[in-house]
Design a protein around this ligand. Structure first.
Ligand code: BES
Ligand code: MN
Ligand code: ZN
Length: 492
């Protein structure tokens, strides 16, 4: 589905008009209502539509107009209208029309949204139009999306198009992250994934792929230990976007890319194990972010690093009891092979600091089931040694509608991960503070750099969300958050 901009209502296709709460017609809705002989006001009166953000009401074949239908959509209170509301309204509107038979929709946003707001609306439209149907060969034609273009009618067409250059790039990044999470694990193997990322060189990113031989040379035994029970080769992929000043220290994003997490020898229970195809969601967010930054030519230097492995239980698999030496030189006693994400990240974090001396490092990972218990699907957990970054991410979360909630890290938790025979063990004691001890483990591989860990086990995967922006299992969480964070703080 394509987003277009125009400065006047097109003559054909369907027409959508915004309505404020308490069924207050916007100026655009009033004008269309007049042409339609009062059909909008009458239909609203005969329904329970009240103009709350997310509501829609379809009016068919209004007399005196070309439009096949008029759709009234709610945008809530005038005083509370912002980017998030517009994004949600756009998503609700597209969700209601996506497979309904119409191919062209125009949305009259004049007087309610500026160019930036309209582009945000467009992002919502794109998010709701996302599908993952590539593997369905027998899907009935009537169930396929019919909607092909959404034209946003704005006061300043040129400004709208220019704003969409940025927000369209974000939409592309979100789509890509979702695709990666939704892909089955027999298709998106670590080598196939690395190859796919290499294809992004077209967008202006510099891509480097390291295989097991090179990874071994770097001393990443913690990462390699996770992948050693798989027949598939582990990979480390580095993506660079050099949009900033030459010589400026880069921002660095690191992602957990466990393409399938069976748990290894500490095998997971069977029910729901299929969802562990999404255990590379952190890496997908990093790839999606890099794509977004390149797409909108962000004026900043950024390095994205993803560790790609498959956690499987074969005869060569890592055992509980094994001790490995991470790239940092610290030894780790493996007491549960299902606590593998932190092992991958430990080496990727160390590599990031050593190789790129970044301004800061933010890692994203579907790291712990415990974060779902604490925060559900609605907030990601953040853990940081730097208040400014944690605060910046919290603000970016509210602005982008990808929310985060800070949890503590600190030496109080060290005793849980101290090992009697190695420098540390890879799990804490019992079930207490599981997300925090995982973060504390990561912090032991942070060498003085400002750092933040984002646990997206809940937010990165969500089947059955009622939010029209989240139509599939893979949410693409993290792309909008981090794009906002970078845009608001590091681009001058
Ligand atoms: N990938 C999982 C975490 C996860 C669980 C993500 C559920 C999404 C949904 C991670 O590798 C894992 O298995 N963590 C264990 C850690 C435990 C063994 C200390 C967990 O959370 O149970
Ligand atoms: Mn695991
Ligand atoms: Zn995992």
């Amino acid at each position: 589905m394509k987003i277009k901009f125009a400065s006047a209502n097109p003559a054909t296709g369907s027409l959508a008009v915004p309505v404020f709460e308490n069924s207050t017609l916007s100026d655009a809705a009033k004008a269309v209502d007049k042409t339609a002989g009062g059909a909008i006001a009458r239909a609203i009166k005969a329904s329970r539509f009240s103009g709350k953000a997310g509501e829609t009401l379809e009016i068919y074949a209004p007399s005196g107009m070309e439009a096949g239908r008029i759709v009234a959509f709610g945008i809530g209170a005038k005083a509370k209208l912002n980017g998030s509301v517009l994004e949600r309204a756009g998503a609700a509107l597209v969700k209601s029309l996506l497979t309904g038979g119409e191919s062209d929709l125009a949305v009259v946003l004049t007087t309610v949204a500026d160019a930036e707001g309209a582009a945000r609306f467009g992002l919502g439209c794109r998010m709701a139009a996302y599908r993952f149907d590539g593997y369905r060969t027998t899907l009935d034609a009537s169930k396929k999306p019919s909607l092909k273009t959404v034209t946003l009618v704005v006061d300043d067409e040129k400004a709208g198009k220019s704003a969409w250059k940025s927000w369209g790039a974000v939409a592309d990044g979100v789509d890509l992250a979702r695709d990666l999470v939704n892909e089955p694990p027999n298709v998106l193997t670590p080598p196939a994934y690395a190859k796919k990322v290499q294809g992004l060189e077209d967008t202006g990113l510099e891509i480097e792929v390291l295989g097991e031989k090179e990874i071994k040379k770097l001393g990443m035994a913690a990462l390699l230990g996770v992948g050693q029970g798989s027949v598939l080769e582990s990979q480390l992929v580095v993506m660079k976007w050099n949009g900033g000043k030459k010589g400026d220290a880069p921002l660095c994003f690191v992602g957990k890319g466990v393409c399938f997490d069976s748990g290894g020898i500490s095998l997971k229970p069977g029910a729901g194990m299929d969802e562990m195809k999404g255990d590379m969601g952190g890496s997908a967010a990093v790839v999606g972010l890099m794509r977004a930054l390149a797409g909108r030519k962000a004026k900043v230097n950024v390095v994205g690093i993803i560790g790609l492995v498959e956690n499987m239980p074969d005869g060569n698999a890592q055992r509980p009891g094994d001790i490995v030496t991470s790239m940092s030189g610290q030894t780790i006693e493996i007491l549960n092979t299902d606590a593998e994400g932190r092992l991958v990240l430990a080496d990727a974090l160390w590599y990031a600091q050593k190789e790129y001396d970044p301004k800061f490092i933010i890692d994203l990972a579907t790291l712990t089931g415990a974060i779902l218990i604490a925060l559900g699907h609605e907030h990601a957990g953040i853990f940081s040694n730097d208040d400014a970054i944690a605060d910046g991410l919290t603000k970016a979360g509210l602005a982008s509608d990808e929310k985060v909630w800070r949890l503590p890290v600190g030496p109080e938790y060290d005793r849980q991960i101290d090992s009697p025979i190695a420098d540390m063990k890879n799990i804490g004691e019992g079930r207490l503070a599981g997300s925090i001890t995982a973060a504390q483990f990561l912090q032991r591989h942070v060498n003085g750099k400002p750092w933040c860990h984002i646990d997206i086990a809940g937010t990165g995967m969500w089947s059955g969300s009622k939010d029209p922006r989240l139509p599939t299992f893979g949410t693409g969480y993290g792309v909008r958050l981090l794009d906002r964070f970078v845009r608001d703080n590091y681009e001058s």
